[in-house]
Design a protein around this ligand. Structure first.
Ligand code: ADP
Ligand code: ZN
Length: 618
C-alpha cells in the first residue's frame, strides 16, 4: 500500500517524497481510521486526504468553509487529472444535477462541499446512496466557539459520525493551541481518532520585527528592495488604514488592493479573485482576509500593527511561502499599538477571565517583539516545541541586536511618570523628560520638577523606545481611560529604588542592502529572463483556461525548470511538481520556451496531444 501512495504522489502530483507525517496519515486513513491532523499552514494537509481519496473506493467528501476557494482547489486537481468537483451555492441547478449524476455513477473521486450544503437533506440522502470513501473536515478549528473563525454549521458536522459510522473521518487544522485541538476532537465526535501532530516550524519564512519609524515608508523600502513584483499581504488594524495604505502603495506603483469587512461582498470577492489569480498583487487587509487563502506564492506578509496574539500572528504570517520558497514575515510595531490593543481588550464586554487570558496573550506578543534572541526559537517554544539551535533566518539571528545598559534611562522614565502623577501618556512624559515645556505643563507646574529636561541625552524616538520596552516588560502599565496614561507597576519599585540593572534593546533600522541579496536568490535562478519568460507563458495558459497561474505550475517548479533546464520530456518529468498529466499537457509547451531561450537541447520527438478531458488518476 505504501508503494501505491508513493506512486500516486509521483504520478499525479509530481512530487518525489512525502513531507512530515503525510505518509502516516494517508496510511491510517486508507485503512479506515479516524484522524486529527495538525500541520502548519503550507505543511501539505491537502495531500493527506487527496491521496486516500484516490486509493479508497468511492468518493471522498471534503468539507471546506470557503466557497471562493473550492473552485481553485478543484481547478488545481483537474489540472493534475483528478476527477474532482464541488457543490455549493454558486452552481446553477443544471450544474448541480450534473455533479449529482456523476456522483451517482461513481465518476467523482473528490467532492468539495460547504458545511451547510453537506448538512442539507438532499446531499445527505445522496451521500447515503453512494459509496463514500472518506470525510475530510478542513479548517476544523471553525468548530471552536472561542476562536475567531467560528462557524455554527461546523457544530452540526457531528451527525456524520451517526449517519456514516463506517466511513473514516479526518479533521485538519493549522491551529496550534492545545485547547482548540481538544475542542475539535470533542465536538466532532473524534474522541477515538489518532492524532497526527507535526512540527510547526516554517523554516523558509524569515521573521522580522521593526520598531515603527514611518511604517509605510519602511514597508515601501522592503517592497522596493526585496519584493518588487511579488504577491504579498499587508495587515492593518482599521478599515481606514487599509484603504489609505492601499491607495498610498498604488501611488508608488505597487499593484495594491484593499480588503475589509466594510466593503461590499462583490468588491471583496473581486479583489480576492485578483489577488489569487494575479501574480504580483499586494493585498492590504484587515484580519477579515486570509483564512483559507492557499495561494502558494505569497512572498511576504507584513503587519503594520501588532496582532492580538502569537496564535493570530503565526497563522497570518503562515500564509507566506506555502510553496517552501523563501518568504518574509515583517512586522512594524510601536508604543501606540500596545496602547491601542490594551484598550481594545479592556474595553471589550468579555468576562473577566476571558480578559485576563487576552491580556496574557498580548503580553506574550509583546515579549516576542522585544526579543533579542532567536525569534523562531521563541515562537516554537510558545507552541510547545523546541528548536535546539538559533534558526539563522530571523532578524535577531541575522543581525544580532545590540542591547545597552538603560538602568539610568529607565529610572528617569519611571520617575517622570511618577512625578507627573501617573495621569499622562507617553508623549507628555517624553516632553517633560526632554524639557519641552508648553502651556499645559506650566499649568501643572511640571516644568519646575527636577525631572524636567533631565533626559536631554536621548531623543524623542529613543525615549519612546525606552517606554515601550518598559511597558512590554511589565514595569509600566497603560491605563484604559482613553488617553493611555502610564502608571507604575509594583515591579517598577525595585528599579526606581536602584540595585537592579535594566538592559534594553537598541532599536535599529534594518539594512536593506544585505537582505536584497538574500531575496534575490529566492526565485528566478537560471539565465536572465528565462524565469520571466516561463512565467509569461504560464500566465497565457492560465488566462486561456480561466484558472490561477499556480494551478498550472508553481513558481518553485518554474524556478527549477529555469535552473535545471530539462531538454526532454523525460528530464522535465523529474522536476518537482510535474506529474504525468501536466507533463502531457504542458511539457512540450515549456520545453519550447526553454529552447527559444537557447536553454534546452534538441526537441524531443515525443509529441503529445493536448486532450481536453480529465481522466481518472487512480
Ligand atoms: P496546507 O493545506 O497544509 O496549508 P497545502 O496542502 O496547500 O498546505 O500544501 C502546501 C504546498 O506544498 C502546496 O503547494 C503543495 O502542492 C505542496 N506540497 C504538499 N506536499 C508536498 C510534498 N510531499 N512534496 C512537495 N510539495 C508538497
Ligand atoms: Zn533565529
Amino acid at each position: 500500500m505504501a508503494s501505491s501512495a508513493r506512486q500516486i504522489l509521483e504520478r499525479v502530483f509530481g512530487y518525489s517524497s512525502f513531507r512530515g507525517q503525510q505518509e502516516a496519515v494517508i496510511e491510517h486513513a486508507v485503512s479506515g481510521g479516524d484522524s486529527l491532523v495538525l500541520m502548519p499552514t503550507g505543511g501539505g494537509k491537502s495531500l493527506c486526504y487527496q491521496i486516500p481519496a484516490l486509493m479508497r473506493s468511492g468518493t471522498a467528501v471534503v468539507v471546506s468553509p470557503l466557497i471562493a476557494l473550492m473552485r481553485d482547489q478543484v481547478d488545481a486537481l483537474l489540472q493534475a487529472g483528478v476527477r474532482a468537483a464541488y457543490l455549493n451555492s454558486t452552481l446553477s441547478y443544471g450544474e448541480v444535477l450534473d455533479v449529482e449524476n456523476r456522483l451517482r455513477t461513481g465518476r467523482i473521486d473528490l467532492l468539495y462541499v460547504a458545511p451547510e450544503r453537506l448538512l442539507g437533506d438532499r446531499t445527505l440522502a445522496l451521500l447515503g446512496a453512494i459509496d463514500t470513501a472518506l470525510f475530510a473536515i478542513d479548517e476544523a478549528h471553525c468548530v471552536s466557539q472561542w476562536g475567531h473563525d467560528f462557524r455554527p454549521e461546523y457544530l452540526e458536522l457531528s451527525v456524520l459520525r451517526e449517519r456514516f459510522p463506517a466511513v473514516p473521518r479526518m479533521a485538519l487544522t493549522a491551529t496550534a493551541d492545545e485547547t482548540t485541538r481538544r475542542e475539535i476532537a470533542a465536538r466532532l465526535g473524534l474522541t477515538g481518532a489518532r492524532w497526527f501532530v507535526s512540527g510547526f516550524d516554517r523554516p523558509n519564512i524569515q521573521y522580522r520585527v521593526a520598531p515603527k519609524a514611518g511604517p509605510r515608508d519602511q514597508l515601501a523600502r522592503i517592497i522596493d528592495t526585496e519584493h518588487r513584483g511579488d504577491a504579498g499581504i499587508v495587515y492593518c488594524l482599521s478599515r481606514r488604514s487599509v484603504d489609505e495604505t492601499a491607495e498610498w502603495l498604488r501611488g508608488r506603483g505597487v499593484d495594491a488592493l484593499a480588503y475589509h469587512a466594510g466593503m461590499n461582498a462583490r468588491d471583496r470577492e473581486a479583489h480576492q479573485d485578483r489577488f489569487v489569480r494575479g501574480e504580483g498583487v499586494v493585498m492590504v487587509a484587515t484580519i477579515a482576509f486570509g483564512m483559507g487563502i492557499d495561494k502558494p506564492d505569497v512572498r511576504f506578509v507584513a503587519h503594520l500593527n501588532l496582532p492580538k496574539s502569537l496564535e493570530a500572528y503565526y497563522q497570518e504570517t503562515g500564509r507566506a511561502g506555502r510553496d517552501g520558497l523563501p518568504a518574509t514575515a515583517w512586522m512594524a510595531y510601536g508604543l501606540q499599538d500596545v496602547i491601542m490593543l490594551r484598550q481594545m481588550v479592556d474595553g471589550s464586554e468579555a468576562a473577566a477571565e476571558r480578559k485576563r487570558l487576552e491580556i496574557r496573550k498580548l503580553d506574550a506578543m509583546l515579549g516576542y517583539c522585544e526579543l533579542t534572541t532567536c525569534r523562531r526559537q521563541a515562537l516554537l517554544a510558545y507552541f510547545g516545541e523546541t528548536l535546539a539551535e538559533p534558526c539563522g533566518n530571523c532578524d535577531n539571528c541575522l543581525d544580532p541586536p545590540e542591547s545597552w545598559d538603560a538602568t539610568e534611562a529607565a529610572r528617569k522614565a519611571l520617575s517622570c511618570v511618577y512625578r507627573t502623577g501617573q495621569r499622562f501618556g507617553a508623549g507628555y512624559v517624553v516632553d517633560v523628560l526632554r524639557g519641552k515645556g508648553d502651556e499645559r505643563m506650566g499649568r501643572f507646574g511640571h516644568d519646575r520638577l527636577p525631572i524636567f529636561g533631565a533626559g536631554a541625552e536621548l531623543d524623542a524616538r529613543q525615549w519612546r523606545s525606552v517606554i515601550r520596552q518598559l511597558v512590554a516588560r511589565g514595569l509600566l502599565t497603560v491605563d484604559i481611560d482613553g488617553y493611555g496614561s502610564l502608571s507604575l507597576t509594583p515591579a517598577a519599585r525595585s528599579v526606581v529604588r536602584g540595585g537592579v540593572t535594566v538592559e534594553l534593546r537598541r532599536d535599529a533600522l534594518p539594512s536593506p542592502a544585505r537582505r536584497k541579496k538574500q531575496a534575490a536568490k529566492a526565485v528566478g535562478a537560471g539565465p536572465p529572463g528565462l524565469f520571466d519568460a516561463l512565467r509569461a507563458r504560464r500566465r497565457e495558459l492560465a488566462q486561456e483556461q480561466g484558472v490561477p497561474p499556480y494551478v498550472i505550475f508553481h513558481d518553485a517548479t518554474l524556478a527549477a525548470m529555469a535552473k535545471i533546464r530539462p531538454r526532454t520530456l523525460d528530464e522535465m518529468s523529474e522536476l518537482s511538481g510535474v506529474g504525468a498529466r501536466k507533463l502531457e499537457r504542458y511539457g512540450e509547451i515549456f520545453l519550447r520556451v526553454l529552447r527559444e531561450h537557447g536553454a534546452a537541447g534538441a526537441p524531443d520527438n515525443t509529441v503529445v496531444e493536448d486532450s481536453e478531458e480529465s481522466t481518472a488518476a487512480s
